[in-house]
Design a protein. Structure first.
Ligand code: FAD
Length: 446
């Protein structure tokens, strides 16, 4: 009963197993491949990268994902050590040679005295024992159904429909204004939930032209899905008719431009607060499959967003993920079955690095629990803490969609200037503060 079972040997499961095993806990990894395949994985190896071979920026002073690298290295992370070992030249990014990478992850875990690997598919949520489910964006369908019957169908999604997210401080408030449609909302929080960007007829027509001609990404083979109504990409809405958006997410009704009350906007783009800190706003109803370059260009045509900085660009993918803010506690345990933790992309983080990071935390937390050790909560000022805090409570549950690590998730550092120069100082202040906080938390384990 003191064994830790980890389901899924991807980025998160491999890291969780390594961390727990190094703390002296017996670990069994259950991996369904190669017996049961996914459309994206090619091998039976653990830690397989399913698409690009990049861990993104390695800059730990100016980039939030680089900071996450730093924190994982400081915690003796297997994914980072192996990535460093098989690093390929790629400028400031950390690119890796994927085959030897996955082979080394597999070998490291196979040869670990505390780890056993079982090649089997788990299709239910056990009542007892210690479990971490790290089954990723392509969780097998039998397990997906078992999770849904525990959580309710609404709480587990099979596709993400990500609208772009913008840093609040890059929105031009001399053009945008704060107002909820028909001034709905009682509390101050509800009243400050929406920002609006007005468009004239001419701006709207240009915007539609740009949407129609923008480059789009295709679904991967095997990933195809009928779009669900309610989450159609904006470019598909525009293809259905030039007026569709003006009667959909861009409808101008119930809003008065605070800067020009006498002028009726022809269309309005609404942004909704995305986190409790109010540092991030998403563009309401703007899920899109436009390529990243095209997306930034087209979205900066929106008045007020001409200098927008994006914390996350939009997309639609096959992606199994939980509504973590409602389902998980601060230690990533399922509230209704606390013997079960979730980790990795299924918790609503996005990307190899973020998934491995949540695996690292889940592995350490589960091992500490088994060993009867008390852990202080993960400091919110670290990148790890900012991310886990976001998914387990900081994010708005109603509109929860997967998230990359980014500085918008951090509590602001006071007393720093705005602008480009100010941003550099701010990021350095975030990363310095994070390193101190993380080093202190990690020292609890020695
Ligand atoms: P995974 O790495 O997918 O690991 C989950 C593991 O669980 C798998 O090995 C799977 O076989 C196993 N499993 C599933 N169900 C069961 C079960 N019932 N029983 C036992 N085992 C099971 N991220 C990026 O950073 N860059 C990219 O370019 C990128 N491209 C992507 C392209 C596609 C098509 C997809 C689907 C995802 C992509 N991602 C990308 C996201 C990436 O897959 C994840 O960020 C990362 O792999 C998630 O790690 P994880 O450990 O949560 O899941």
């Amino acid at each position: 009963t003191q064994t830790l079972h980890i389901v899924g040997g991807g980025m998160a499961g491999s890291e969780a197993a390594w961390q727990a095993a190094n703390m002296g806990v017996q670990v069994v990894i259950h991996e369904m491949r190669p017996k049961v395949k996914t459309f994206a994985h090619q091998t039976g190896n653990l830690g397989e990268m399913v698409c690009s071979n990049s861990f993104r920026s390695d800059d730990d002073e100016q980039n939030a994902v680089g900071l996450l690298h730093w924190e994982m290295r400081a915690a003796n992370g297997l994914i980072m050590a192996t990535a460093d070992k098989h690093r390929l030249p790629a400028g400031g990014a950390l690119a890796v040679d994927r085959e030897p990478f996955a082979q080394t992850i597999t070998d490291s875990l196979k040869s670990h005295p505390n780890v056993t690997i079982c090649y089997d598919e788990i299709t239910h949520l056990p009542e007892d024992g210690h479990w971490i489910f790290a089954t990723g964006p392509l969780t097998s369908s039998a397990l997906g159904q078992a999770i849904q019957s525990e959580t309710g169908a609404e709480a587990l999604a099979f596709f993400d429909a990500i609208a772009p997210i913008i840093y609040a401080d890059s929105i031009d408030m001399s053009k945008a204004w704060m107002q909820s449609r028909y001034d709905k909302g009682e509390t101050e929080e509800e009243k400050t939930a929406y920002l609006n960007c007005p468009m004239t007829k001419e701006q709207y027509e240009e915007f539609i032209d740009a949407l129609l001609t923008a480059e789009k990404t295709e679904f991967h083979e095997g990933e195809t899905a009928g779009y669900f109504d309610g989450c159609l990409p904006i470019e598909v809405m525009a293809e259905r008719g030039r007026e569709t958006l003006r009667f959909g997410p861009m409808k101008p009704v119930g809003l008065t431009n605070a800067h020009k009350p006498e002028e009726k906007a022809y269309a309005v783009v609404q942004l909704r607060r995305d986190n409790k800190l109010a540092t991030l706003f998403n563009i309401v109803g703007f899920q899109t499959k436009m390529k990243y370059g095209a997306q930034t260009q087209v979205l900066r045509m929106i008045p007020g967003l001409q200098d927008a900085q994006f914390a996350r660009l939009g997309g639609i993918h096959r992606n199994t993920f939980l509504n973590s803010p409602t389902l998980l506690d601060a230690q990533m345990r399922l509230k209704t079955k606390p013997n079960i933790r979730f980790a990795g992309q299924i918790t609503g983080v996005e990307g190899y690095v973020e998934s491995a990071a949540m695996g690292l935390l889940a592995g350490r937390m589960a091992a500490a629990e088994i060993l009867g050790q008390d852990l202080p909560s993960v400091p919110q000022d670290s990148a790890m803490g900012a991310l886990i805090h976001h998914i387990t409570g900081g994010a708005e549950a109603k509109t929860f969609q997967p998230m990359n690590v980014n500085f918008g998730l951090f509590q602001p550092v006071e007393g720093l200037k705005g602008g480009r120069r100010g941003r550099k100082d701010r990021y350095k202040a975030y990363t310095d503060r994070a390193k101190t906080a993380w080093s202190e938390w990690i020292s609890n384990f020695s």
